[in-house]
Design a protein around this ligand. Structure first.
Ligand SMILES: [Zn+2]
Length: 137
């Protein structure tokens, strides 16, 4: 094996999440939900067994640090006074430091998965079947 070989591995997930965009002047101002599709791509060389990372280990990290936290939650921007005041805290929710756009969702997931030890190449969030945001670093 050549040492300069680089591979990309991708795992794909879906999760259901509610959000709203507090700055939006259209329908996205309202609380609504999406079935998001998440694609996580890592990159790296392979070990003696021919693996960048075990797909199962990758799955566990992404489920624990992103998907299970976001699935069936309401994502709330911390400066969204309306939701911060009115949202029942008994219901599953996640507070974000920025508006919960597809772009910022990529950033949030990227940060968490990097802290969890993944060497990320790309995070893709499909907000609908024909709208996606891609964060590459
Ligand atoms: Zn939306």
């Amino acid at each position: 094996m050549k040492e300069d070989m680089t591979f990309e591995l991708t795992k794909i997930f879906t999760f259901d999440m509610a959000h709203r965009l507090s700055f939006h002047e259209g329908k996205c101002w309202n609380l609504h939900g999406h079935t998001y599709r998440l694609e996580v791509t890592v990159s790296g060389g392979i070990d003696k067994n021919g693996m960048v990372i075990d797909f199962n280990d990758m799955n566990i990290i992404i489920m624990d640090h992103a998907v299970n936290i976001l699935d069936h939650a309401t994502a709330i921007y911390q400066n969204d006074d309306l939701l911060m005041k009115a949202f029942p805290k008994e219901l599953k929710h996640v507070i974000f430091p920025y508006e919960v756009t597809a772009e910022n969702l990529c950033l949030w997931i990227h940060e968490r998965l990097t802290k969890a030890g993944l060497t990320l190449k790309k995070i893709t969030i499909w907000e609908t079947a024909n709208s996606k945001a891609v964060y590459t670093k």
